[in-house]
Design a protein around this ligand. Structure first.
Ligand SMILES: Cc1ncc(COP(=O)(O)O)c(C=O)c1O
Length: 424
């Protein structure tokens, strides 16, 4: 009989061939062997209720039968063509139908790529270079996005601080950084700088909600100063509502980026906007000077498009978002009740469809105030959840539609154990 490779052997093998022992994404101390529905299993066969769900894409759960069927139907017809294909065209139609700001979309392979092109598109459209970004806002790995994502140092606004080595100083000079949820700071920057192309924002910044009126305030300021508003909806798209955060909050950006759910677990992302903005991808309309060159080997991949289309079809069915909010609300409640009973200061931050616990009762409205959280408590709590079969990232909990009553019961037991670990 073939000997199974243990998780620790996989970890050792990873350490030899992967820098920092992993893919750069997640704790390399666990190697996932498989997933089905709401559960994942590690290489030692330990089972977990999955609230990481691939960092967001697997909203329907792993191996959803209808998504599998759509993928298996596409596979023998071809895996990638580079040329236009009907599945990609249908997916573009479905996105345009769903997402208010999108009259047209352009496909790419990852969310970070979509954000990079959204920023470039705003520059091409306005003819200006500067980008206003919020401290702590995450927009992938481009040089611009790596400015003041998770700075250790507290520099004065609007100075940009690179989070990564290898980024030229000249990029920082094109970025203006503001605190989230502070309209006066944004207004002052717009008054001072007349060369801003766009404001790029996560409408739910990581898990920090926009305060009432804030997103509309950004919209109004952008209109007043003829600056484009980009919503990064890589996470919020098709999660906060079928039409994303823009539908849920009723504020329509000029450009948005989408990823994760629209690829149904495969590498696919997109950016979308009004047709006059998207015209910059069409040399015949805007001419060579204003044309934004863009192509990618896997863009509009038919397998990813088939998975995304089927995922979206399932999400359109009656009650999907009510159910997701109900599941998320129940997971929130079981945590607050247990922490409250133990007298541990905390708050739930986020939306019922995406949230986490912060171990502070001080208000969290931007990157700096969110740092009042207690990292040691957070680490203890998350480690205890993992030890009790609850799988999540240290900064987010993603409910999925695959979660069952049995999963919620296991989650409640895991939460009780994690709260006990905090009291120990
Ligand atoms: C808000 C946001 N933007 C962009 C990205 C980057 O997407 P990707 O990892 O597909 O490049 C992420 C990834 O989590 C994200 O959360």
């Amino acid at each position: 009989m073939q000997k199974l490779t243990s998780q620790s052997e996989w970890i050792a093998r990873a350490r030899a061939v992967l820098p920092a022992a992993g893919f750069g994404n997640f704790d390399p101390g666990i190697v996932i062997a498989s997933g089905e529905g709401s559960r994942v299993w590690d290489e030692d066969g330990r089972e977990y209720v999955d609230y990481l769900i691939g960092s967001g894409p697997m909203l329907l759960g792993h191996g959803h039968p209808e998504v599998m069927e759509a993928v298996l139907e596409q596979l023998p017809k071809g895996m990638t063509f580079f040329a236009n294909n009907s599945k990609g065209i249908e997916l573009a139609e479905a996105i345009v139908e769903a997402v208010p700001c999108c009259e047209q979309v352009r496909f790419v392979a990852s969310g970070g790529e979509a954000d990079m092109y959204a920023i470039r598109l705003a520059r091409a459209y306005t003819g200006r270079d500067k980008i206003l970004k919020f401290e702590g806002g995450y927009h992938g790995m481009s040089a611009e996005a790596q400015m003041s994502l998770a700075p250790e140092a507290r520099v004065n606004f609007p100075q940009a601080v690179p989070d990564s080595a290898g980024i030229p100083q000249s990029v920082a000079e094109q970025m203006l950084i503001a605190p989230f949820n502070d309209l006066a700071a944004v207004e002052a920057l717009l008054q001072e700088h007349d060369d801003i192309a766009a404001i790029v924002a996560e409408p739910l910044q990581r898990i920090i909600p926009a305060e009432p009126g804030y997103l509309q305030g950004l919209r109004d300021l952008c209109d007043k100063h003829h600056v484009l508003l980009i919503f990064d909806e890589i996470v919020t798209g098709f999660r906060l509502a079928y039409g994303g955060a823009q539908e849920r909050y009723g504020v329509i950006p000029d450009i948005c980026t989408l990823g994760k759910i629209i690829g149904g677990g495969f590498p696919l992302a997109a950016l979308g906007a009004r047709a006059d903005i998207m015209a910059h991808f069409d040399k015949a309309i805007v001419g060579a000077d204003k044309w934004l060159m863009q192509l990618g080997t896997l863009s509009g991949n038919p397998v990813a498009a088939a998975a995304g289309l089927k995922t979206m079809e399932v999400l359109r069915r009656d009650g999907a978002y009510e159910r997701l909010r109900d599941i998320g609300g129940r997971v929130q409640k079981m945590q607050t009740e247990a922490l409250h009973a133990a007298g541990i200061p905390h708050q739930i931050c986020g939306d019922a469809t995406l949230f986490d616990i912060w171990f502070t009762d001080a208000p969290c409205r931007d990157y700096r105030s969110a740092r009042h959280d207690d990292p040691a408590r957070n680490a203890t709590y998350n480690a205890a959840l993992r030890a009790h079969g609850i799988f999540k990232s240290p900064g987010k909990l993603y409910p999925s539609l695959a979660i069952t009553e049995a999963d919620l019961n296991l989650t409640r037991a895991g939460v009780q154990a994690a709260v006990e670990a905090l009291r120990a």
